[in-house]
Design a binder for this molecule. Structure first.
Ligand code: CAA
Length: 259
């Protein structure tokens, strides 16, 4: 299906797909069409065996400046319930393949929430993050109150969400929201390189490792540890585990097939 606001490049690097938000005039404000296109693109890439890692990016000026305020302004509470229940945000979180956010420029509101649904955030050094919803009389309603708090802790999340102030890539990295800060002119190349490195790993192990790490945010410790034990054991049923360990013993590079 043709897409207006999302551009997908398959094999941007071996086994890596690049998903670009493409509403530059509006700083990639996330209107419902863009979000639906993004959800559809991500689900298709999740099913595509030729894809092992996905990078989501915007452009140099903005990853995304938030949900589309103009689209939301006149909505009623009931319409907002339906809007949310379209389930796009939940569907994005269900993507099983590793997703890297390559962030430059503004990463605000729903844009920051989108980056936080990704597994790893790589930020250009001048990127600016924020949950400024409070200034609009609302709150971060696409996961921000929960995911930002998990990432940076309660005191900082309160500080950021109740004041709406922007925070720098350096702060985001220091607080654990961002994993890497890179020079402005190489942020996308660095994110693609990171995704390529992950894509070279055995895909079933990557998938189960992602599931296990995410469980740390959903499950009590004992249950999370049980899931980890089961997933770790399950990997011993894969060809890639046999190949990975055999290759180590034979001192050669492993050839992973994803089975
Ligand atoms: N929604 C709709 N349009 C937006 C937008 C948004 N979130 N952010 C920017 N735009 C539009 C602007 O209206 C402007 O359009 P026009 O040229 O037609 O006027 C265009 O993008 C460029 O923006 P600016 O002229 O404002 O650019 P700037 O450099 O002066 O300022 C900015 C940049 C500081 C990011 C400013 O645009 C801004 O504050 N944007 C809104 C940020 C925000 O509040 N985000 C939260 C949205 S609510 C939300 O996300 C809810 C949720 O939890 C899901």
């Amino acid at each position: 299906m043709p897409m207006d606001f999302v551009k997908v490049t398959k094999a941007a690097k071996p086994y890596v797909a690049l998903v670009e938000l493409n509403r530059p005039k509006e700083l990639n404000a996330l209107n419902s069409q863009l979000l639906h296109e993004l959800r559809n693109a991500m689900q298709e890439l999740d099913r595509d065996e030729a894809v092992r890692a996905i990078v989501i990016t915007g452009n140099a000026r903005a990853f995304a400046a938030g949900a589309d305020i103009k689209e939301m302004a006149d909505k009623t509470a009931v319409e907002m319930m339906t809007y949310k229940q379209s389930g796009v945000w939940g569907d994005l979180k269900k993507i099983a393949k590793p997703v890297v956010a390559a962030v430059s420029g503004f990463c605000l509101g729903g844009g920051c929430e989108l980056a936080m649904t990704c597994d790893i955030i790589v930020a250009a050094e001048s990127a600016q993050f924020g949950q400024p919803e409070i200034k609009l009389g609302i709150l971060p309603g696409a996961g921000g109150t929960q995911r930002l708090t998990h990432a940076v802790g309660k005191a900082r999340a309160m500080d950021l969400i109740l004041t709406g102030r922007f925070f720098s890539a350096a702060e985001a990295e220091r607080w654990g929201l961002v994993s890497r800060i890179v020079p402005d002119d190489t942020y996308l190349a660095e994110a693609l390189h990171l995704a390529e490195t992950i894509a070279q790993m055995p895909p079933v192990a990557v998938r189960l490792a992602k599931e296990s790490v995410n469980a740390a945010f959903e499950l009590p410790l004992t249950e999370g540890l049980q899931l980890e034990t089961k997933n770790a054991a399950l990997l011993f049923s894969t060809e890639d585990q046999k190949e990975g360990m055999k290759a180590f013993v034979e001192k050669r590079k492993a050839n992973f097939v994803g089975k």
